[in-house]
Design a protein around this ligand. Structure first.
Ligand code: SF4
Length: 674
């Protein structure tokens, strides 16, 4: 590998690596300042690389696919909440653009190798891993790692390369090319969605080991320090509040947020303290009571089918009893994570990351399962296998509903009595999915593929958006989620845009385009789809900015005005106004969306979500009683704000010109077609 040049010293290295796994070659590519001004970093680099280098129509699990690991523009610059990496590639789950991100400590370690991103193409004949530090990048034999779980893999590679080495790897799920497979780091934290673990497995790439020690330069270190310190002070306010928090209070707050009651604006201070004290499990009771959690494979009602006396059993206070120590990602001042230890029950677990809300809901409320120990056991199993817990839980929910309705029998399940809430059968089915055994083999590629194989009307229970299982937030509670579930280039994504996020992020204080957007303060406004496109578009672009920076989404919601643009200006010296950053973020979004359109995908047609997600037919009871979201009007409003053609999904020529995307213009509006 040629000598690293810290040419820019502006928060980025100006260098990415391309690793051809077929030939074993590693070659650098150098990017200039104008590239970063245009695409910023992280997912922005990836959007440009994949657009340029991936041919449409390729097999996501074939050697032509490219798998990229990108660090954020702000990662390791002294800014806070900015330690996330993003994995990218063509998704085998949706057939379109795929990305997934994760916190922990891998991203700064990769950046300390003197590169901003690494992209893998081709396929190795035997299992390999990439070792890199700031001096070299080498492919090494991984035959002895084959079949090891994510934690065993990471421990062994650390033993081999030193404790400072950070590892991103796949477990057996990725090796078996399950479309539910993700990529693990920090002993069981997953970049989970879109099936990118299967892409890594298809390339025979077991792991990436980053052991760099070189820190990237920035233009104004003192300014970054000052901005970080002021932000930290704002964040620390309101500590007294924490002591009053608990599941009973969350139940009351949940009831107050029910759509049929009144709309409560999301208080950022409360969310900040919930995250700090309990992490995301604090949402379990609140969301079950309020109507945010899907219940019984999206067909149930929280307070009727999974009432407080049950949701409390998997609630924050119950989870926290097992917490041994708190955990935070790199540069995080909040530390929402925790390490738990299970010393009772049939399965002793020495140490694992505590189950997050999404996992508690996917294996809890969604399956009517309030046995926390079984959920912890499953959490450990899927983390070790390297499998997306949201998709796995949603797939089990599908199987249970098929079983309860007679489509599947005990013969199909190898004797498992797959009833709602039967935690032993649920655990047994998860084990089968992880082994790809019997029915588990059919389910290991998610609900869409499983329904195609099972047939017999099972597709009506397959709740997904464009091949990706729906996450654990009900759009009938917050219709903003619906757009992100099917119009986002990665369908089924809950961390992009919603009305709650808009409330929490207060974007109108940052961007002039957001000043025009209306707040969603009443039930009437909440379910009126007509004027929501613009605000959700701005929210989608903001999330791109967050991902380009390598920032944690929670950092944007905790009420202290995350100073992303200020940090970026201090790191790069660009001194751009916030609106210019939002335009760059829109450019990145347009590229990802254009990637899908080039693949022949139009979200309104191809990623249309399961009708249960928008209340067709409406539920007869509960917070979402009689709620049917006008999905087409909502989508039309969003398409308009996004400058996309409704019929084809193509971005408008004028907007592509304004954003400076000549390659995309050439693709969709070739001169000879005029
Ligand atoms: S808030 Fe939680 S997920 Fe976000 S950076 Fe901190 S510890 Fe990581």
């Amino acid at each position: 590998m040629p000598e690293t040049k810290n040419a820019a010293g502006k928060g980025y290295w100006g260098k990415i690596l391309h690793v051809d796994l077929t030939t074993g070659s590693v070659s650098p590519e150098f990017l200039d300042d104008s590239f970063y001004q245009k695409y910023l970093g992280g997912i922005g680099i990836a959007a440009k690389v994949l657009w340029d280098r991936l041919k449409p129509g390729i097999d996501p699990l074939g050697p032509e696919n490219i798998l990229g690991f990108t660090t954020g523009l702000l990662t390791d610059t002294g800014s806070l909440f900015t330690g996330r990496f993003t994995v990218v590639g063509k998704s085998p789950a949706s057939g379109g653009w795929g990305d997934a991100n994760c916190g922990g400590y891998f991203s700064p370690a990769l950046k300390r190798c003197g590169v901003d991103a690494v992209f893998f193409s081709g396929k190795s004949l035997k299992p390999v891993y990439l070792y890199l530090d700031h001096e070299k990048a080498e492919l090494k034999d991984a035959s002895d790692l084959r079949g090891l779980d994510t934690i065993e893999t990471e421990d062994l590679l650390r033993e081999r390369h030193g404790k400072r080495a950070q590892v991103a790897c796949i477990g057996p799920a990725g090796e078996k090319r399950s479309l539910l497979a993700g990529i693990s780091t920090d002993r069981g934290r997953l970049a989970a969605r879109c099936g990118l673990g299967a892409v890594m497995g298809s390339k025979n790439l077991k792991a990436v080991v980053a052991a760099g020690t070189q820190r990237v330069g920035v233009m104004d270190k003192a300014a970054i320090r000052e901005i970080s310190s002021a932000f930290r002070k704002r964040l620390d306010k309101g500590a007294f509040f924490e002591r009053f928090l608990g599941d009973r209070l969350f139940a009351i707050v949940g009831r107050m947020t029910r759509p049929g009651f009144f709309y409560m604006r999301q208080p950022a201070l409360l969310w900040r303290k919930m995250l700090k004290k309990f992490g995301t499990p604090s949402l379990t009771v609140l969301s079950a009571e309020g109507g945010d959690s899907p219940i019984k494979n999206w067909g149930g009602v929280g307070y009727r089918d999974f009432p407080l006396e049950r949701s409390e059993n998997i609630g924050a206070e119950t989870v926290i009893r097992f917490e041994e120590k708190k955990y935070g990602c790199y540069s995080c001042p909040l530390r929402c994570g925790g390490i738990v230890s299970i010393k009772q029950g049939p399965h002793i677990i020495e140490e694992m990351h505590k189950p997050e809300y999404e996992t508690l809901c996917a294996f809890g409320s969604l399956l009517l399962n309030d046995d926390l120990l079984s959920i912890c056991r499953i959490n450990d199993l899927v983390n070790r296998a390297g499998m997306d817990s949201i998709s796995c839980g949603a797939t089990v929910a599908f199987a249970i509903e098929c079983y309860e309705s007679g489509i599947l029998s005990k013969v199909d399940t190898d004797g498992l009595d797959l009833r709602w809430g039967n935690s032993d059968a649920i655990t047994g089915l998860v084990e089968k999915i992880l082994r790809r055994e019997g029915l588990g083999d059919i389910l290991a590629d998610g609900v869409k593929r499983a329904a195609e194989k099972i047939g017999r009307g099972s597709e009506k229970f397959a709740v997904h958006c464009g091949g990706v299982e729906a996450p654990m937030h009900d759009p009938k509670f917050d219709p903003g989620f619906l757009i992100s579930y099917f119009c986002e280039p990665t369908p089924g994504r809950h961390t992009i845009s919603s009305y709650q996020y808009l409330d929490l992020q207060e974007l109108h204080k940052k961007f002039s385009r957001a000043r025009k957007t209306a707040a969603v303060t009443s039930r009437k406004k909440r379910f009126n789809p007509k004027d929501k496109g613009e605000m959700l578009a701005v929210d989608s672009f903001y999330k791109m900015l967050v991902d380009c920076a390598g920032a944690c989404f929670f950092g944007t919601q905790v009420g202290a005005e995350l100073p992303l643009c200020e940090w970026m200006n201090a790191a790069t010296g660009w001194n751009l106004p916030p609106d210019a950053y939002l335009v760059a973020a829109e450019r990145v979004h347009k590229l990802r969306h254009s990637f899908n359109v080039r693949e022949g995908l139009n979200p309104i047609r191809d990623f249309r979500p399961h009708p249960r997600l928008y209340g067709d037919p409406p539920q007869d009871k509960g917070p979402a009683r009689k709620v049917t979201i006008d999905i087409d009007t909502l989508a039309e409003s969003y398409y308009k704000a996004m400058h996309w053609e409704l019929q084809t999904g193509k971005p408008h020529r004028k907007r592509l010109e304004e954003l400076g995307l000549p390659d995309v213009l050439q693709e969709f509006y070739p001169p000879d077609a005029q």
